[in-house]
Design a protein around this ligand. Structure first.
Ligand SMILES: [Zn+2]
Length: 177
């Protein structure tokens, strides 16, 4: 990129600034992304390579979270990355489409069983896509998930921070780093 797409102004290339990947709907901070700032109008651009792998990694981080059940934004991310409509995910999980909508809009927390099932489904999907086990330790993760009585608030948010070596190499085993 040489000039600004908006105004044609000069561009500064920035390599060392963490990128807040708000487009994915979650708090994700990525290191190693080249960014471009327009010196004239202030517009900023980012070049994000290998978004498929990036999304698999974000999904895996979500599935490996142990302290709390899945939040609405996390459920939505996993469903979108599975390329499923709410109705389709509902059928797969044995839930009603209304239940899936309520989990995603925060009106009702996901239950423990559906939480585990959705994680397991995504872990299998991610591993298939990546052609290797991308998310490990399911038994440990699931055994450390809170029960209903100790459930944390679903609004609790947590940042996911990704480093380049985690997702820019095709051979790297992401989640063991
Ligand atoms: Zn500009």
């Amino acid at each position: 990129m040489d000039i600004c797409y908006s105004c044609g102004g000069d561009i500064a290339v920035i390599k060392d600034r963490p990128y807040h990947y708000d487009e994915c709907g979650l708090k994700v901070i990525i290191h190693g992304i080249t960014q471009y700032d327009c010196l004239a109008c202030g517009e900023t651009y980012a070049s994000i390579p290998n978004t498929q792998r990036l999304h698999l990694l974000i999904g895996s981080h979500i599935c490996e979270k142990r302290k709390a059940l899945l939040r609405p934004d996390e459920i939505l991310f996993l469903r979108k990355d599975l390329h499923l409509r709410a109705k389709e995910l509902a059928k797969i999980l044995g839930a009603s489409p209304q239940a899936v909508s309520r989990w995603e809009n925060g009106k009702k927390p996901i239950g423990e069983t559906h939480d585990r099932l959705l994680r397991a489904l995504y872990m299998m999907y991610a591993s298939e896509q990546a052609n290797h086990v991308i998310c490990q330790g399911a038994l440990d993760i699931f055994s450390e998930l809170p029960a209903k009585s100790e459930r944390k608030t679903i609004t609790e948010t947590e940042e996911i921070v990704l480093n380049p070596q985690e997702w820019l190499s095709d051979t790297g085993d992401c989640c063991s780093i």
